[in-house]
Design a binder for this molecule. Structure first.
Ligand code: CDP
Length: 223
């Protein structure tokens, strides 16, 4: 049996490209840990927004970032010991997270925490800058993409299944806004690493994407 222990796989891509679902499935199939870095950005954005700390660099933000603790547990993210796993998935956090994630000091705060997750067992890390900044030496780098309309429609269905009331138009607007802020920011913008494999998932089911990526992992493993 092939062992996938120690493999470091990065999956980057824009909002709604299916990164988290696909990464989680692949991590299960391969038996290696999964890191959802969006949850870390969401957790800090949720915490700071609730405290009315604006997404602006300066002494106020520095003091907050120096004092706050972010901790990852198997299926939870904790901020100052509070489990915020559910609260960070709301449209309210969707609306503010990219502004906070564009702040260099906030990104610096999360860098070591992310890198520390890559142990002997390997890791699948999903986010925006996994292949470019956080894990530039990853074994396999994937960049998932799809049209804005398809991504918005996936995200809308997901939110409705969770009981959130929102229209497809507002979700599409959110996807467009986050794409713009995430791609245009100066530090660690959303971008495929030069050595990433780009996969357009328009019209593909989750199953198809997962299978395609598993084939790629197996091929990479045997080279
Ligand atoms: O699941 P979805 O693609 O909607 O978002 P997410 O992965 O949970 O990430 C939420 C936001 O966090 C993104 O829109 C980015 O602004 C930020 N983020 C980032 O800047 N860098 C990462 N590595 C992961 C997320």
């Amino acid at each position: 049996m092939t062992s996938f222990m120690g493999m470091l796989i990065t999956i980057d891509g824009p909002a709604g490209s299916g990164k988290s679902t696909v990464s989680r499935r692949i991590a299960e199939e391969l038996g290696i840990p999964f890191l959802d870095t969006g949850a870390l950005y969401r957790a800090l954005a949720f915490f700071l927004h609730r405290k009315n700390i604006p997404p602006v660099e300066g002494a106020v933000l520095d003091a907050e970032l120096a004092a706050v603790t972010v901790k990852l547990e198997t299926n939870a993210v904790l901020v100052n010991g509070e489990d915020v796993t559910q609260s960070i998935r709301s449209p309210r956090v969707d609306a503010v997270v990219s502004a906070y994630a564009a702040l260099p000091s906030l990104r610096r705060k999360l860098l070591d925490l992310q890198r520390d997750q890559a142990g002997e067992q390997g890791l699948i890390a999903d986010g925006r800058d996994m292949g470019t900044v956080v894990f530039p030496r990853a074994t396999l780098k994937i960049f998932l993409t799809a049209s804005q309309e398809e991504r918005a429609s996936r995200r809308w269905k997901e939110l409705r299944e969770r009981g959130e009331s929102c229209t497809l138009e507002t979700v599409l607007e959110d996807v467009r806004r986050r794409d713009r802020i995430d791609s245009e920011r100066e530090v660690a913008p959303l971008r495929a690493a030069p050595d990433a494999v780009i996969l357009d998932t328009d019209g593909l089911s989750i199953e198809e994407v997962v299978q395609h990526l598993l084939d790629m992992v197996a091929a990479r493993r045997s080279t």
